[in-house]
Write a protein that binds this ligand. Structure first.
Ligand SMILES: NC(=O)c1ccc[n+]([C@@H]2O[C@H](COP(=O)([O-])OP(=O)(O)OC[C@H]3O[C@@H](n4cnc5c(N)ncnc54)[C@H](O)[C@@H]3O)[C@@H](O)[C@H]2O)c1
Ligand SMILES: O=C[C@H](O)CS(=O)(=O)O
Length: 489
């Protein structure tokens, strides 16, 4: 396999107005491979001035892009979709090299990322309005939908491709133009998407990528009255700050933030199915996923059986290593801080009485590799109960009754994803309605797909991405009141 850096999609440049550019200052970001710490490449480290130029380019491109027909926009998005699939392996290799996830999982993310291109290509042609019966015979009421305009987007490192396409595909389908700041840990996945955008025929200025100084770039976006929408995926802390800054120009905002997913196992659950779902919902991307289970809440009558089965599955199914190695399904964590946080959560829990059933330490491979860990007898006083671990730690908490389970599950500032296993139809409806989360997986641990509204409540964010609802985030509703005058000539 060719080296990642030999790929034509490996672009160590920012992308503004259809041009591949360096930073004005000449500064660069060292991007390393989390599996070995080696420098993969260097990306220009842009700041506010370059971001302002990107916003100007997006503004200049807006009239032309907005005036494309929906079919023309759809065709370009579909071409982009096809190119992503055609180059799936190259894109996956770039992602594994800069983010660390196993290459099969990276390829799966590329397919998922591309699915947003296809989904919103189809949705682009179904942006409907309304006619509403007027209160008098002279008037006609019409409701139309129009693109918000220039969009500023900031995305995280854990899903470096799909978090971009989940925004950009919807924005472009709606007729908007966009300036994207990717995470500094994973900028090459973003510029690879830009290279394919060019090939797909996305006009210059419509899609711009500005890697670099997060605070400066974000400030340029929220200080601009041209930017009419800010969309962010990342931590709740940063999202809250962006929301405050977006207020100065009343920018529309959508936020996909942190999570603390409960995974409930009731006494009537299919335990084998629950363990399968637990592995899927906990260890995807080595636990570095916003919808990863953070707390396993298990009814006491089945907690021993569930814990034993989960420990056996973790032992037999999870292999830690370099994401390019065959059979590996748990790659390295993104950086040293991530290793320290998992270590801290485990120590805090065991100091407060949790029992270590599996793992509990950094992996023998060293570096950023961490052993999948299972602890039991967890309690609400532990950090793992209230903080997002964002690593391969499964913590099992007991509960006695359904009411106690609901109280424990909802006892968090977050409200993104939740999961539960039960075969009792009445319980399924009671629990699904009582959970204070944007998304509920019922007898499944995998819920993410382009056709469904992805998003959370409370400290997990505002708005939805994907589905027909995801398009609304990039549209304004306009009301036309037409007076036909009298019919007396
Ligand atoms: N809800 C979702 O869909 C979703 C998806 C992925 C990640 N996340 C959340 O993101 C977090 C992990 O991702 P992360 O570590 O990249 O988050 P992060 O908030 O540190 O960074 C996210 C993005 O914001 C930028 N950023 C950092 N500080 C900033 C600032 N002061 N102003 C403007 N931008 C700034 C980063 O460079 C990056 O591009 C977790 O909490 C995870 O739950 C949520
Ligand atoms: O980290 C959270 C992302 O949204 C990943 S996914 O959409 O659940 O695949």
């Amino acid at each position: 396999m060719q080296s990642v850096k030999e790929s034509a999609l490996f672009r160590p440049f920012a992308y503004i107005d259809g041009n591949w550019v360096a930073a004005d200052s000449g500064e660069q970001i060292d991007v390393d491979n989390p599996a070995n710490g080696e420098i993969l490449g260097r990306m220009p480290r842009l700041g506010g001035a370059e971001t302002e130029r990107a916003i100007e380019a997006a503004e200049a491109a807006l009239p032309g892009w907005r005036n494309h027909t929906a079919l023309e926009r759809a065709d370009i998005l579909m071409k982009w979709y096809e190119l992503m699939l055609e180059h799936k392996d190259e894109l996956a290799a770039i992602m594994t090299a800069e983010q660390g996830k196993p290459v099969k999982e990276a390829a799966g993310e590329i397919v998922y990322a591309a699915s947003f291109m296809r989904w919103f290509a189809e949705e682009a042609r179904r942006i409907y309005g309304d006619t509403i019966p007027a209160a008098n015979t002279r008037q006609r009421i019409v409701v139309t939908k129009q693109p918000v305009g220039v969009v500023g987007a900031i995305t995280p490192w854990n899903f470096p491709s799909s978090m971009i396409t989940r925004k950009a595909a919807a924005a472009l389908a709606a007729g908007c133009t966009i300036v994207i700041k990717p995470a500094s840990q994973t900028p090459f996945s973003a510029t690879a998407l830009a290279a394919l955008a060019e090939q797909a025929g996305v006009p210059r200025g419509v899609f711009n990528v500005v890697p670099g100084k997060a605070s400066e770039i974000a400030k340029a976006m929220t200080d601009s009255s041209v930017v009419r929408k800010v969309t962010f995926t990342g931590s709740t802390e940063v999202g809250s700050s962006l929301m405050a800054n977006a207020a100065q120009h009343i920018q529309k905002i959508s936020l996909e933030l942190g999570g603390n997913a409960p995974f409930l196992v009731f006494e009537d659950a299919d335990l084998d199915a629950a363990v399968e779902g637990a592995i899927a919902s906990k260890f995807r991307n080595a636990g570095q996923t916003c919808v990863c289970t953070n707390r396993f809440l298990v009814q006491s009558s089945v907690i021993n059986a569930f814990s034993e089965k989960l420990a056996a599955a973790m032992n037999s199914e999870l292999k830690v290593g370099d994401g390019f190695e065959d059979g590996v399904n748990i790659g390295p964590l993104i950086d040293g801080d991530a290793v320290a946080k998992v270590t801290d959560h485990i120590k805090d829990a065991t100091d407060k009485g949790a029992q270590l059933l599996l793992g509990g330490h950094e992996h023998s491979l060293g570096g950023r590799f961490f052993s999948p860990t299972l602890i039991s007898h967890a309690t609400p006083e532990m950090k793992v109960a209230s903080e997002e671990t964002f690593g391969p730690l499964a913590a099992v908490f007991p509960f006695e009754t359904e009411e106690e389970a609901m109280r424990l599950a909802n006892d968090t500032q977050f409200g993104l994803a939740s999961y539960f296993y039960s075969k009792d139809l009445g319980r399924v409806w009671r629990v699904a309605e009582a959970l204070e989360y944007g998304m509920v997986g019922i007898n499944t641990g995998l819920i993410s797909n382009a056709s469904a509204p992805f998003g959370g409540v409370k400290a997990s964010g505002l708005g939805r991405e994907g589905s027909k609802y995801g398009l609304d985030e990039y549209l304004e509703t306009k009301y036309l009141c037409i007076d036909l005058g009298t019919n007396e000539g």
